[in-house]
Design a protein around this ligand. Sequence first.
Ligand SMILES: [Zn+2]
Ligand SMILES: [Zn+2]
Length: 564
Amino acid sequence: MSSLCLRGGLVIDPANGSAGALRDLAVRNGRIVAPAAGEVFDQEIDAGGCVLMAGGIDMHTHIGGGKVNLARLLMTEDHRDGLDPIALPSNPLELASCGNCAPGTLATGYRYVEMGYTAAFEPAMVPSNARHAHMEMGDVPILDHGAYVMLGNDELFLQLLAEGGPQSRNFAQLRDYTAWTINASKAMGVKVVNPAGISAFKFNQRKLDVNEPHVRWQVTPRQVVHTLARALRELGVPHPLHIHASNLGVAGNIASTLETITALEGLPAHLTHVQFHAYGSDGPKKFSSAALQLAEAVNANPQISIDVGQIIFGQTVTASGDTMRQHAQSALASPRKWVGADIEGMAGCGVVPFRYREQSYVNALQWAIGLEIFLLVNNPWQVVLTTDHPNGGPFTSYPHLIRLLMDRAFRDEQLAKLHPEVAANCALSSITRELTLAEVAILTRAAPARLLGLPDHGHLGVGAVADIAVYREQSDREAMFRTPEYVFKDGALVARAGRVTATPVGGTHFIEPSYDSTIEKTLRRHWDAHGAIRFDHVAIDRDELCRCANGGRLLPAACFEGVS
Ligand SMILES: [Zn+2]
Ligand SMILES: [Zn+2]
């Protein structure tokens, strides 16, 4: 293996307490090392005038699994008019990948790496579709990846929850089932989407509030959320429950979002795409910003983290496990087409194309709400930068979003272009905060690594993996973060001045919490009666995971000592 020294850059490494220091950064055998005086390196690069950060980590981006493929199928125009196709002379096959809001796997890897990102996590892997999700992520070049498996709308979970009653007498069974599912699907965590609501939709309920019972199982979203969050805590899963709360996109849904936090009773959790869950029902259009209430709740609950799901104006496609809410939004599809689907009654899926418009009051306010949340949460370690790609907009808009957060004048300029009533009906124009480079480094790499339990990622301390982005310092932060000078993955150069130069296969992050295997008796009975494949074939073992993931490295993360 080779060694490398990046000389004289501004190293921004908040995980190690550094908001910025001019120094050399040395790499040997794919890891960050402490440079010794007079040491000779295989390669030296002058990083003067550059800002160095760990590789970016997107902890919530839809890049693998059934609904992403459905989005690609639905959005043929995105592939006709999408970004420039990829041309690598060494491999003519790679010409085939393009697309903007529903990019192909190759374009996904290239576009992330071109911006200095080196890892991405798929948030909604359905257990019965886990093989496909891993294969699809394995087909994304360069990026390390992992996925959160969906639970809380599958029939077996709801049935067991109902059997245990409000006291959760069979909690150990639910916890073992959760652990088994994480192992079987080789997941990095668990996501619950519209807790019990996707299932309730199949029984003709069209909404489900946090304390409202599911008509078939008589369980509530509150019970689902609390049970899963408790199970992950007892199993020692590093990433706490990833929650897509009830009532996504509904005016006034701040009430159910706050109620979800209450339902957790102090258990740690990650609330995802909170922009879509921070709406009031005040004002002339009965649709208002509840960003302040949401931010106050996050500020008061240090055990809660969030990602924002910022919206970006223009064409995108929304792809969600939340069939109930996607069905409700389908009338607004643009272009007018949509898909709803399910596999083995385990969860759901809805794909609805959407165009966010600057002159729409609702869309413009959604844009402002996202930015308000970023700027009103005090502790950057609780916030992750996302657009919920592609739901709020494509991930390629991150450099633009970073400029909005770092540059108040630019932000005000954009706000002035929007529907005229929006500025008057939200607090954004009065918020003066501009994020610093160190805060951006937290939101885009350090916090996601910490929230996922990846101790050797997201920072540049000795021993960390040498995933490094080198940005030329520029006052135009969008230009700066659009095209890093150099991007290194595990110490190897993978992009230079916005062009991918090498395509190593990324690794797969996953966890393997332990459990009592007697749960398999219950599972076998359930799969024999209801499953489309034999129970013995459901679980993915390590060898198969490696094959699914294109031969990439397996990166098991450690669980901590569970707390019961
Ligand atoms: Zn979601
Ligand atoms: Zn999402």
